[in-house]
Write a protein that binds this ligand. Structure first.
Ligand SMILES: [Zn+2]
Length: 322
């Protein structure tokens, strides 16, 4: 059987999130929505439309450890016997979310926001949001979790789905591909708008891994799959995956070029680029813009076009050879 899309509300700019239901051979759910009463009510209604209740769910499969995708995992385990499945890559976020958030917050506070040139108030706003997410996260009992690994097959809806690792939006993003029916559960890897390359804290002792170059590599892997239909984490089903990827690549390349032009015209810091390239966003909604700009700069640095210098604790960018 094919996955059934159920749309659940979130309080975030991204809008509602999709979870996917398989009713047979055993009720299974892909992703959970956020941990809110609104989302819970919408989930119950979505299940009831297929004659099911939360307590009927046998397994819940998590695509990636972002709060709109796994936020309700703990609540689900409290209301039934479902086992939660997650890739080993994202396991820590499920059992110890507060510790993982603390690491990310420390990285943003000590190594990322100030060098981007954010004002102390803007830094506080980002950190306050992250602290709120950390405080409202709830861990899942390890006994209720089964991990899977990349390359493994997951049985859902009576079919075997290949687990693929697709970093870029999240370093631990997994997607599920069903070759016989050419179905692809893309989560936040393939969306109607290019996914945001979220900046993550590096593993211990390493430097930050640039997210947008990873995302482009994942697009390359995606382009090699034969996809008839994709089930995204947000928005309606996707029937033109190849065309969508082509458009998103083009858009990313042209925005990267715009960033380069702005640097030539005198934008020096990340925040100056954000305020120029995302002037159409309200100021408190520019965090996504911050991640995109850092992504464009990561690409330009990797191409050797732009050089980064740290002056007074702030990264400054110059075009090489200018
Ligand atoms: Zn996500």
């Amino acid at each position: 059987m094919n996955p059934i899309r159920i749309e659940l509300p979130t309080p975030f700019d991204v809008g509602p999130v999709n979870v996917y239901l398989f009713t047979e051979p055993e009720p299974a759910l892909v992703d959970t929505g956020v941990d809110s009463d609104d989302s819970w009510a919408a989930l119950q209604a979505g299940l009831a439309a297929h004659g099911l209740a939360v307590a009927d769910l046998q397994r819940v499969v998590i695509t990636h450890a972002h709060v709109d995708h796994l936020g309700a995992a703990a609540r689900l385990t409290a209301h039934g016997d479902a086992q939660i499945y997650i890739a080993d890559l994202g396991y820590e976020w499920l059992v110890a979310p507060k510790r993982k958030w603390a690491q990310r917050i420390a990285f943003y506070r000590d190594y990322f926001l100030a060098p981007c040139g954010l004002s102390p108030q803007a830094q506080q706003m980002v950190l306050a949001y992250m602290t709120y997410a950390a405080e409202s996260s709830r861990p899942v009992d390890p006994e209720r979790i089964t991990t899977f690994t990349v390359g493994e097959q997951l049985a859902m809806g009576g079919l075997d789905w290949e687990v693929l690792h697709m970093p870029g939006h999240a370093s631990h993003q997994t997607c599920f591909y069903q070759p016989a029916t050419r179905q692809f559960i893309s989560a936040d890897m393939l969306l109607h708008k290019a996914p945001t390359p979220i900046v993550e804290e590096p593993p211990d002792g390493e430097t930050r891994r640039p997210s947008l170059p990873l995302l482009l590599d994942s697009f390359t892997v995606l382009e090699e799959l034969d996809i008839a239909i994709a089930y995204p984490g947000h928005g309606p089903l996707i029937h033109n995956a190849d065309e969508l990827i082509r458009q998103q690549r083009q858009r990313l390349q042209s925005r990267k070029q715009e960033a380069l032009d702005h640097i030539r015209q005198g934008c020096q810091t990340v925040i100056e680029l954000v305020n120029t390239m995302y002037a159409h966003y309200p100021e408190n909604a520019r965090i996504a813009g911050l991640w995109m700009v850092v992504g464009y700069l990561d690409l330009l640095k990797a191409e050797g076009v732009v050089e980064e210098q740290e002056i007074g604790g702030v990264w400054r960018y110059v075009v090489k050879g200018d």
